[in-house]
Ligand binder design. Structure first.
Ligand SMILES: [Ca+2]
Ligand SMILES: [Ca+2]
Ligand SMILES: [Ca+2]
Ligand SMILES: [Ca+2]
Length: 392
């Protein structure tokens, strides 16, 4: 019984649909390609109206007649009638597009308007329509006598987002920067650009870079900058390891509750690090021992002074602060001596570090040396070295 009823409807439904509109559930829905638009985007419209496919061998149109018009409106501005054309000769789906043209507004604060508002066109793809920043677009189609279908989509301005693609960049990295602000897709048929200020701890004046839209309608902008350890110029920003770098975008198209004339600086930062990992920044040589005159020692006697000598070499091309620890443990693994030397290595500098020690008793001792960056951070700059000392 159930299967019989289902079959009955499947056969009759198309005939019914083409003859009498279902006023309770209209079968000519209007679709837009996005649920919400920015003020200068493009709207791609489609209407599913199989009853207007009057000839299956020919591409038909809807909306262009004054008896069954399509009207696209925003406030007082409208396009009517506006023609949509069938996507293929028998699809029964009709499509077209309009470009929103916003209103006169200066989006970058240079005192000049950046928009070209106009309202014109009769379809299917030549329409331009002025809109406000907080607005809505109504699309209506009188698809049968006295039966008008309407679809509305909102128009909003958006808060811009600016971000570096990483939290930490190495000094040799190309730095990628991204700005997302759909309001700056000012022309939905070309790649737009945005100016972004980029600066660093070492160069607070910085540079201005141009971020380019990733595709015609994305509202997503990318810029790439290089770092320089000497000077800023062009797309190169002066920054050294340890600096923070910053990007600042001034958004002049802000959503509610901001007003049209408001602007807001949106800023982000990232950290610049060495290209050499911390543990490899200082190279150490094995420990050697000498007497107080600098002559190498081959045996060690209690109660006599010896010099413990280590050599460190700065592996990076920047100044590097260090603390060199000497720690001596006896055979019971107790620390009997701890001392350190603090200093700064210039780029690629090699330095001998020396500490005197007088063993009080014969026995076996372990000397451990550590190189850290500072007492505050305690970041190891080279692997620790352990050396056995046998005192007679
Ligand atoms: Ca057709
Ligand atoms: Ca401007
Ligand atoms: Ca664009
Ligand atoms: Ca905006």
């Amino acid at each position: 019984m159930y299967e019989f009823v289902l079959g009955f409807f499947l056969i009759l439904a198309p005939v019914y649909a083409e003859s009498v509109p279902d006023y309770e559930k209209p079968f000519a829905p209007i679709f837009t390609d996005k649920p919400v638009y920015s003020w200068t985007d493009k709207i791609i419209i489609s209407v599913n109206a199989p009853s207007w496919n009057s000839n299956s061998n020919q591409v038909n149109s809807i909306g262009e007649s004054n008896s069954h018009p399509i009207k696209i409106s925003s406030g007082e501005n409208f396009l009517k009638p506006y023609r949509l054309t069938e996507t293929s000769s028998s699809s029964g789906i009709f499509s077209g597009e309009i470009i929103l043209t916003g209103f006169l507004h200066d989006v970058d604060g240079d005192g000049n308007f950046d928009t070209n508002p106009k309202t014109s066109g009769d379809g299917p793809t030549n329409g331009f329509l002025e809109v406000e920043n907080n607005d809505s677009i109504s699309i209506s189609f009188e698809f049968a006598d006295g039966v008008v279908l309407t679809e509305s989509v909102p128009i909003t301005w958006n808060m811009g987002v600016v971000q570096f693609t990483q939290d930490i960049f190495l000094i040799n990295d190309s730095v990628e920067l991204r700005v997302i602000d759909h309001d700056m897709n000012l022309n939905p048929e070309t790649l737009d650009t945005i100016a972004v200020d980029v600066f660093s701890d070492s160069d607070s004046g910085g540079i201005q870079v141009i971020a380019t839209e990733t595709s015609e309608r994305s509202g997503d902008f990318i810029a790439s900058i290089a770092l320089s350890t000497s000077t800023s110029s062009g797309n190169r920003l002066y920054a050294i390891p340890g600096d923070s770098i910053f990007a600042k975008y001034d958004d002049h198209t802000l959503p509610k509750p901001y007003s049209k004339s408001d602007e807001k600086s949106i800023q982000t930062s990232a950290i610049i690090d060495h290209s050499i990992p911390a543990i490899n920044r200082i190279q150490t040589t094995p420990i050697s021992f000498s007497d107080s005159f600098g002559n190498p020692l081959t045996s060690y006697i209690s109660e006599s002074q010896m010099q413990i000598v280590g050599t460190i070499e700065n592996q990076i091309i920047f100044d590097q602060e260090f603390i060199y620890f000497f720690q001596i443990k006896n055979s019971a693994n107790s620390v009997i001596s701890l001392s350190w030397i603090q200093g700064k290595l210039s780029p690629n500098q090699i330095l001998d570090i020396s500490q005197s020690w007088i063993p009080t008793k014969s026995g076996n001792y372990i000397l451990e040396t550590y190189v850290w960056n500072s007492l505050n951070d305690l970041i190891p700059l080279s692997p620790p070295i352990s050396t056995l000392i046998i005192v007679d």
